[in-house]
Design a protein around this ligand. Structure first.
Ligand SMILES: [Zn+2]
Length: 650
């Protein structure tokens, strides 16, 4: 007879931020029980050692206490007498992120890996979990949100829930407190968004936009493999983040990113929020059900390495914003703006010339998830560059199959072979599948994209879609690139063009800028010369965050942590550094005073030309009709969404 596993969670002490947890095993299997807590949470590739927050672990049976022996940082052995066993412990919960546990008198939240000890050998058994509210009249209005299946609980109520096995148990974060509840349906399946924290969001707008985005994602894969889904968002002043689960996602968002009543076109903040929701929802197929083989074979005790994180995070990052335009939540112009910013982010990462995408994936645990002051010089994000590789792959497939295949077809095949079946994806499996589905030899493409540090050549691929691309210097500190209405309009911002003053006819809209144009324009805009460093974004003082490899600051001997004091005798502040550099001019040798710890240093630096690391995209007015057709097939997708929605109803 299999033992029954019953967990109970009680928010014991909101003011001390402590959950009490109990596990009853009845009857326990013969032999010692080995209890263990995960070291990491799926989807976030960092050893978090959840066991460090575990306190007062005790065990007993009807005859009395039972001895527990600690074996390592997260594992205990329990000897027992064959009688039903109860194990009790407490968990300190003061982590506002989407990865741990939190409890105060306003809100409770937890992820299973932070709370639930598992029993080795019994991980495959179903279990029950009773979740209680905090004690006291102050908590009478609290509700509970989770995608766990209820056994004896009202919808959004406290009570008993059930899980198929330990993996299922720890894949449903739980929110408790007072929250807004926004229901909607996708292909007939009930979905909800909960918003915890103060807000004045337009709930009808959220309902409409999320349902469009989710429908678009489901249309891509051709099916929605679940019977319920929950978005759980915590609203804060400036938070951002999300973690994917099979039936839900935990989100952290900034209050101003939520849509206000009467908002027209989505603001950049709301686009970011929708992009985050879209991203986590895409993961319900891609990484939660289609999974790297390494994740299936290894547990949560230690790091699991795979070179495939670019597939799971990069491709997801590509489709998150793409779904916004395909679903009609944003228009083509807004999408190109987002794409230009994504290209700019990668171009401003010198580490892209040092680390390959495959290496970035493999070393996520110790590098991407543990960034330091030198990371921009040595790392590339498998999210950001991975998304550009997905873009280049999609456009390459569309071009080389004359539009008969796309990355969408590869994703559907991936779902058929690895999602529906649960067969893990081999380390080189994605590449092989992409070639099989498209009939293309993509060997060179993947070699360059994954195993080299060569930049991707996106301009010709985008030109096939009737989209122009140019790189220019940043105009100011908050210039992240974006949409240029047209090549001409971008150029007309030039105060006095070398081609002539006011009254000179504008260049034909159809013309792409030549390299000479770009050069001339870059000069005319008088971009800020480069000192080759980045300041810390926080604090009042101008403190160096990163010194870029090979730049003027490094040559001058400046280092991360140095506090800039003066440039040519004039005080440097966080706000005026660009102005001082501009006044000195490109090529100038400047004297810089800076503190290293408490010692003043005097350095001389020669200012470099501003790098052309800012991307602008625009719609080519003279693109042939075929390019517009190709672009519509790429950015459209509404027709397919509708047909799949209809099929699902039938
Ligand atoms: Zn992700």
């Amino acid at each position: 007879m299999n033992p029954t596993l019953d967990y109970r969670v009680q928010p014991l002490s909101p003011e001390a931020h402590v959950f009490a947890v109990e596990l009853r095993i009845s009857p326990p299997p013969a032999g010692d029980l080995i209890l263990t807590l995960p070291a990491w949470i799926p989807g976030s590739y960092l050893i978090r050692n959840f066991a460090r927050h575990l306190i007062r672990l005790l065990a007993g049976d009807p005859e009395g206490d039972l001895p527990l022996e600690k074996r390592d940082k997260q594992t205990w052995t329990l000897a027992h007498r064959g009688l039903p066993v109860a194990i009790r412990w407490q968990v300190y919960a003061w982590d506002v992120s989407v990865r741990g546990a939190f409890l105060d008198d306003r809100r409770g939240y937890f992820n299973g890996p932070a709370l639930f000890l598992g029993v080795r050998g019994l991980e495959g058994l179903p279990c029950r979990v009773e979740i209680q509210p905090p004690q006291g009249p102050a908590y009478a209005d609290w509700r509970l949100a989770t995608s766990l299946r209820p056994l004896a609980a009202e919808p959004f109520g406290f009570g008993t829930y059930q899980a198929d096995d330990y993996e299922d148990l720890i894949d449903h974060p739980v929110e408790m407190g007072i929250f807004s509840l926004i229901p909607f349906h996708v292909l007939g399946v009930p979905h909800w968004l909960t918003l915890t924290g103060r807000h004045r969001a337009d709930e009808a707008r959220l309902q409409a936009d999320l349902s469009r985005i989710c429908t678009t994602q489901a249309a891509l894969f051709g099916e929605l493999p679940l019977d319920r889904y929950l978005f759980m968002a915590q609203v804060t002043a400036d938070g951002y983040g999300g973690l994917e689960h099979r039936f839900s996602t935990s989100l952290l968002c900034a209050r101003e990113e939520l849509p206000a009543l009467g908002m027209g076109q989505p603001t950049p903040g709301y686009q970011r929020f929708l992009g985050l929701c879209s991203h986590e929802y895409f993961h319900l197929w891609h990484v939660k059900r289609i999974r790297p083989r390494a994740f299936l074979e290894q547990g949560l005790e230690r790091e699991v390495h795979t070179r495939l994180l670019w597939v799971f995070e990069g491709i997801t990052s590509y489709y998150d914003d793409l779904a916004l335009v395909r679903s009609g939540c944003i228009d083509e112009a807004a999408y190109l703006g987002l794409l230009a910013e994504a290209i700019t982010r990668v171009l401003r990462t010198p580490g892209r010339l040092v680390q390959t995408l495959a290496e970035s994936s493999f070393d996520a645990w110790t590098k991407f998830y543990q960034p330091d002051e030198n990371s921009p010089n040595t790392l590339v994000s498998y999210y950001a560059k991975g998304a550009l590789v997905a873009l280049a792959l999609d456009l390459t497939i569309r071009r080389d199959t004359a539009g008969t295949r796309s990355l969408d077809d590869v994703m559907r095949a991936l779902w058929e072979r690895h999602g529906r079946t649960g067969v893990g994806l081999e380390e080189r499996g994605f590449e092989a599948l992409a070639m099989a589905v498209t009939g293309l030899d993509l060997g060179d493409f993947f070699h360059q994209a994954l195993d080299s540090t060569e930049d991707l050549d996106l301009a010709p691929l985008l030109a096939e879609m009737g989209i122009g691309l140019r790189l220019r210097a940043a105009r100011h500190g908050k210039d992240f690139g974006g949409l240029a209405p047209s090549a001409t309009e971008a150029a007309s911002e030039t105060p006095v063009d070398a081609e002539g003053g006011p009254g000179v006819p504008a260049r034909s809209q159809s013309q792409s800028p030549s390299p000479a144009d770009v050069q001339r324009q870059a000069q005319a805009e008088a971009p800020t010369p480069s000192l080759g460093l980045r300041l810390k974004p926080e604090g009042n003082e101008p403190v160096i965050a990163t010194v870029f490899t090979g730049g003027p600051a490094q040559a001058a001997g400046l280092a991360p942590g140095d506090i800039l004091v003066a440039l040519d005798g004039l005080r440097i502040s966080r706000d005026n550094l660009d102005k001082l550099l501009l006044a000195a001019g490109e090529g100038a040798e400047v004297e810089i005073h800076a503190f290293r710890r408490d010692e003043i240093q005097v350095r001389r630096a020669r200012l470099a030309p501003a790098p052309l690391d800012t991307c602008e995209l625009w719609l080519l007015a003279d693109a042939p009709p075929q390019a517009q057709t190709r672009r519509a097939a790429w950015l459209g997708g509404q027709d397919r969404a509708v047909s799949v929605a209809d099929a699902a109803k039938g």
